[in-house]
Design a protein around this ligand. Structure first.
Ligand code: NAD
Length: 237
């Protein structure tokens, strides 16, 4: 394998699947039970805030169960961050905290985090514990009630830290996408940005998607197997 100096990794729901967190689009995925517009849009929240808060309360509860733990893929990426001597950026679409639990220090959660909240009235963002979020909660900053929402990017909203992500993509010589179906933009377009910047691109997934892949290389295996193998090769250089 070539020696790379600037790596950007993008992860999706597939990296957490073996930890027991359901993906969105699998046949047993979350969207099978819920309409996106009901639980993952601002319009859905305005129409029925309780339904949306309950949906994310369930996600948060599931995520923080004691038997939900990072898997070997999360640990391998934490090791890559610790031991790689070049530039490394980990971007995740996931709202769980498994990368952090595995030891990753610098993670961009471009779609937000279950363990952070935002007040719709004063826009303050703050940590949220495992407790349930309710329409009766009062913001500690502006003292108004009824505006607390998960700090999660819903469909139609702009993902976080895009400037940092695009800067890293334009500079990268290796882009790796792990466990993402490539349906949700702008993340699905990162491979094209990285390619136009001259990076080599690798996709790690369980199965190839319906569309023709835009990646230079595809590795089909469970993330818990493919990610540690790839990290070992990258660190051997
Ligand atoms: P997705 O459900 O659309 O796609 C998951 C992908 O992972 C699929 O391509 C699937 O083939 C692959 N996959 C499944 N198991 C795998 C495994 N063991 N190893 C490797 N690959 C595996 O998810 P997405 O592309 O991340 O995009 C949808 C949205 O889902 C994102 O916005 C994300 O925020 C959200 N989401 C997050 C979580 C989480 O935080 N864990 C869970 C569900 C959805």
């Amino acid at each position: 394998m070539k020696c790379y100096r600037k790596i950007v990794v993008l992860t999706g729901a597939g990296i957490s699947a073996e930890s027991g967190i359901r993906t969105f689009r699998a046949s047993d995925g979350l969207w099978e039970e819920h309409k996106i517009e009901d639980v993952a849009t601002l319009e859905g929240y305005i129409k029925n805030p309780k339904l949306v808060l309950d949906f994310y309360n369930q996600r948060r509860e599931q995520c923080c169960l004691s038997d939900i733990k990072p898997n070997l893929a999360h640990y391998a990426l934490a090791k890559l961050e610790r031991e790689f001597s070049g530039d490394f950026l980990l971007v995740t679409q996931n709202i769980d905290n498994l990368h952090e639990v595995a030891g990753s220090k610098n993670v961009i959660h471009m779609h937000g985090e279950l363990l952070r909240a935002r007040c719709s009235h004063c826009a303050q963002v703050f940590s949220w514990s495992t407790k349930e979020m309710s329409i009766h909660d009062v913001c500690e900053h502006c003292k108004r009630q009824g505006g607390i929402r998960p700090n999660i990017v819903w469909f139609g909203e702009i993902p976080f830290a895009l400037d940092i992500i695009y800067d890293a993509l334009f500079d990268a010589d290796l882009f790796i996408a792990i466990g993402t179906s490539g349906h949700v933009y702008p993340a699905a377009g990162f491979v094209d940005e990285a390619t136009s910047a001259g990076a080599y691109t690798i996709e790690l997934n369980l199965a190839s998607g319906a569309q023709k892949s835009n990646f230079d290389e595809m590795i089909l295996a469970k993330a818990s197997i493919s990610v540690p193998q790839l990290v070992t090769k990258l660190l051997a250089k």
